[in-house]
Every structure is written in structure tokens, then in C-alpha cells.
Design a protein around this ligand. Structure first.
Ligand code: HAM
Length: 426
């Protein structure tokens, strides 16, 4: 038997109804904040990710699905392509490629699959889904302002509250600008020198190439060493401190609670200044339901103009998991099961079904070969509220037997009253 590949999975009903519910709620919220949808390709040139997310990150160094695309001729050197491990790089590439600033497009959202070759476990998959958004634009449009950061974070709080997800925590940090980073990296190198030989092989390499990434280490034995390393908060320059203070001021003013975590550096290299994560207790070890931050130099590093930006991505798989703990079922059951009874009745039933569906009723249709008993059994199995019987006598009388499957009550309803009758009990 062929099974779904490790780390991938089929999303089946009734769960898919929950996914649709989440996505519809997200689209509503995005509309209220004036975001528009962007859809970028699922694979991109590999260097897009190595240049933006960063060579030394776990994502680029270990987790990408990369292959060499064949050139036209046998002898051609192929192009290196990668399934997108995240969507910010693709959005910024599209921003630069299509000069989106010229069209005033600066608030974009996306919903779609991402791919990382991580070790699968609860809440961690190799194909997973993100709902994300990016605010990006020329500095003259105010894209650097902490007001943008606050708006993005407030949007997230609104969205989670609207879904009824209680018990989330927001962790906030500033990872500074390139200048701060240079002095921080220098201090980290110095602090790591006497201890690095006791750390894991990855950390030994990171200590030389990109010391900030030491904070991504998950090896338990390394944690006491990492806990004693300097913090980025000690290295922020005055403009970065001011930006961070103003962000906190707005969050306090709109009533979004947060905790500062000056060890939060996030596992992607493009971040500058604001970095944040929302966690949820019910998720277990993989408790980050979403993450985001500012990336003021990313456009330039991809050959574009200065375009400060901030965004986030929600792990939709994890969001649905935390929702399952509390959500009411959102599945809509069929309003009516139509039971054609006897030869020639499929035609009549199809006409009725078409009419009722035009009025937004959910209709399940049987078959004229079914006996009445089988029709009722099927109607009950699919969870229909009513069964509508379509036999020769009913068609002649233009009046149909409608049985309420919850109360057992059966009445005869004229054709033109069917819709109103079924809707009234919906
Ligand atoms: P990220 O923190 O790598 O950020 O991913 C965001 C969220 O995606 C995580 O918090 C988690 O919920 C979910 N996620 C990540 N990996 C997996 C996985 N293997 N299985 C299930 N869920 C996963 C980014 O991707 C950035 N692009 C966010 C961003 C947008 N920053 C600025 N703009």
C-alpha cells in the first residue's frame, strides 16, 4: 500500500471544515486591516532563501527540499531550485520584481503550504501551512514606524480572540540593526571562545560563522552555556531602543499584553529590530503558534530599493490544533436528503435539488433504485435534518412528503413552499 510520505498528511473532513473556518476568519480580518492577497510560487531559486533566511540557519543548512533542475540540453548545468520553506522571501522577491511600490501595494497576505525537512512530531510537519502577512514599502510611506509593528501585532491579537483562542502569550524582543548586531556578534565571539569546545558541532561552527545562531541550539547540554551569553538588549543603539519603546507604548495603549524576552532572536537571519512569537500552552513542545518580525534590509539584499518591512506567519496546523481544544463544530450538516422513489424519479429529484441549492440549502441526493428504508438510513448517516420523498404520487400532486429526522414529524409540503419550510427549521 502506498502511504502519504513521512511528515506529510491528508487533511480530511470534518477537520477541513475547521481549516476553512480559520481561513475565512483570517480573510475577514485581513480585509478589515486593508490587506490584499498575494500568491507566490511554491518553488523558487535556492539562492533566494540562502540570501534572505541565511546560510547558517537551520532552515537553509539542514531543512530545505532542494534539487537541481535539468537544463534543456543534457550537458546544461541545471538550476538549483527549492520548495519554499517560508513565504517572506518570495513576497519580497515579488515586491522587487514587480515594483509593487509603484502600485501602492504595501500590505499583502498569503495562505499556503511551506516545506521543511524537519523531524516530524506533534505539531511539526514537512509540509505545513502558513497564514502570513507582510507590510512593506518605501521609508517615505512610514514603513519604518513602530506604528506598523504595533498594528501587525494588534491584528494578531484580534484574530486569535475572534477565533476564541484563549491563553496565548506574546513574547517580544528587539534584535537591533546591523550595527548593533556587529557589536553583539563580536561580544558573542569573545564570550564563546573559552567555552565553545564544550558545545555541539553546530555551535562550534556557528561561533565562527554566525554567532547569533548559537541561540537556535536545542542541545540540552549546551543550554547552561547559552544562558550565560550576553543579551542583544545590552547592545541596542538609541534609535533601536526608541523604536522598541514606542512599540511597547502603543501595545500598552491598545491593551495587548506582552512579555519581553531578550533571548528571543528567531531562527531567520533577515530580522532587524522587532521580533515576536505567540505561544500557546496546549500545543506541547512545539508551542510557537506564530512568529514574525521586522526585516528592514531584506529588499536591498535581494537587489531592490530600501523598503523596510514587518510581517508574521501563523502555523495553521498548530492554530487548528489549539482551536480543536475549544471550538464548537463548524461543519454544516445537509439541510435535506432527497429520496427519489421508483423509476424515473431521479429526474424529478435532480430538478428539486437544483431549485433548493439555488436557495443556499445543503442538499444530499439519493438514487431511485433505493428502497425507502435505505433512503432513511442514508439520510440519518449523512446527518440530514429533513428527508424529502419524491415519488410518482408526490410529483402528480406537486406536494412532497417532508420528514423531520430529529422529531420524526412528517408533513406534506407544496413545491413552492418547500424552501421556506426547510429554511424555517434551519
Ligand atoms: P517561522 O517562525 O519560521 O517564521 O514560522 C512561523 C510559524 O510557522 C511557526 O511559529 C510555526 O507555527 C509554523 N511552523 C514552522 N515550521 C513548522 C513545521 N515544520 N510544522 C508545522 N508548523 C511549522 C517564518 O516563517 C517567517 N517567514 C515569519 C515572518 C513573516 N516573519 C516576517 N514575516
Amino acid at each position: 500500500m502506498i502511504k502519504a510520505v513521512r511528515g506529510t498528511r491528508d487533511l480530511l473532513p470534518p477537520d477541513t471544515a475547521l481549516w476553512n473556518f480559520v481561513e475565512a476568519a483570517a480573510r475577514d480580518v485581513f480585509r478589515a486591516y486593508n490587506f490584499q492577497e498575494i500568491r507566490t510560487p511554491i518553488f523558487e531559486e535556492t539562492q533566494l532563501f540562502s540570501r534572505s533566511v541565511g546560510e547558517e540557519t537551520d532552515i537553509v543548512s539542514k531543512e530545505m527540499f532542494t534539487w537541481e533542475d535539468r537544463g534543456r540540453a543534457q550537458s546544461d548545468k541545471g538550476q538549483s531550485l527549492t520548495l519554499r520553506p517560508e513565504n517572506t522571501a518570495g513576497v519580497v522577491r515579488a515586491y522587487v520584481e514587480h515594483k509593487l511600490w509603484e502600485r501602492g501595494l504595501n500590505k499583502l497576505y498569503y495562505i499556503g503550504p511551506q516545506f521543511r525537512r524537519e523531524r516530524p512530531q506533534k505539531g511539526r510537519y514537512r509540509q505545513f501551512y502558513q497564514i502570513g502577512a507582510e507590510v512593506i514599502g518605501p521609508p517615505t510611506a512610514g514603513s519604518e514606524s513602530p506604528a506598523r509593528d504595533a498594528e501587525i501585532i494588534e491584528l494578531l491579537a484580534t484574530f486569535l480572540d475572534r477565533l476564541g483562542i484563549a491563553g496565548w502569550n506574546l513574547e517580544l524582543n528587539s534584535v537591533g540593526c546591523p550595527n548593533d548586531r556587529a557589536s553583539f556578534n563580536e561580544a558573542l565571539r569573545k564570550a564563546l571562545r573559552p567555552v565553545v569546545s564544550k558545545m555541539c558541532a553546530d555551535c562550534q561552527r556557528r561561533a565562527v560563522t554566525n554567532p547569533l545562531r548559537v541561540f537556535d541550539c536545542k542541545v540540552p547540554e549546551d543550554q547552561p552555556i547559552i544562558a550565560k551569553l550576553p543579551r542583544i538588549s545590552q547592545f541596542l543603539d538609541e534609535p533601536c531602543r526608541k523604536h522598541f519603546r514606542e512599540l511597547q507604548g502603543i501595545l500598552n495603549s491598545v491593551g495587548v499584553p506582552f512579555a519581553i524576552n531578550d533571548r528571543l532572536v528567531r531562527g531567520l537571519d533577515y530580522y532587524t529590530r522587532t521580533a515576536f512569537e505567540f505561544t500557546h500552552g496546549a500545543l506541547g513542545a512545539q508551542n510557537a503558534v506564530l512568529g514574525g518580525g521586522r526585516y528592514d534590509g531584506l529588499s536591498e539584499s535581494l537587489g531592490g530599493p530600501s523598503a523596510p518591512g514587518i510581517g508574521f506567519a501563523i502555523g495553521e496546523d498548530r492554530l487548528v490544533m489549539s482551536l480543536k481544544e475549544s471550538a464548537e463544530p463548524v461543519l454544516r450538516r445537509p439541510d435535506v436528503y432527497i429520496a427519489p422513489l421508483g423509476p424515473g424519479m431521479n429526474r424529478e429529484a435532480a430538478r428539486l435539488a437544483r431549485e433548493l441549492r439555488r436557495h443556499d440549502l445543503v442538499v444530499e441526493l439519493g438514487d431511485e433504485s433505493f428502497r425507502l428504508k435505505k433512503s432513511f438510513e442514508t439520510a440519518t448517516r449523512v446527518g440530514a435534518k429533513f428527508t424529502l420523498i419524491v415519488g410518482e404520487n408526490e410529483v402528480k400532486a406537486d406536494s412532497f412528503a417532508v420528514k423531520n429526522l430529529e422529531t420524526g414529524e412528517q408533513v406534506s409540503v407544496r413545491r413552492q413552499e418547500l424552501v421556506a419550510r426547510i429554511q424555517s427549521d434551519r
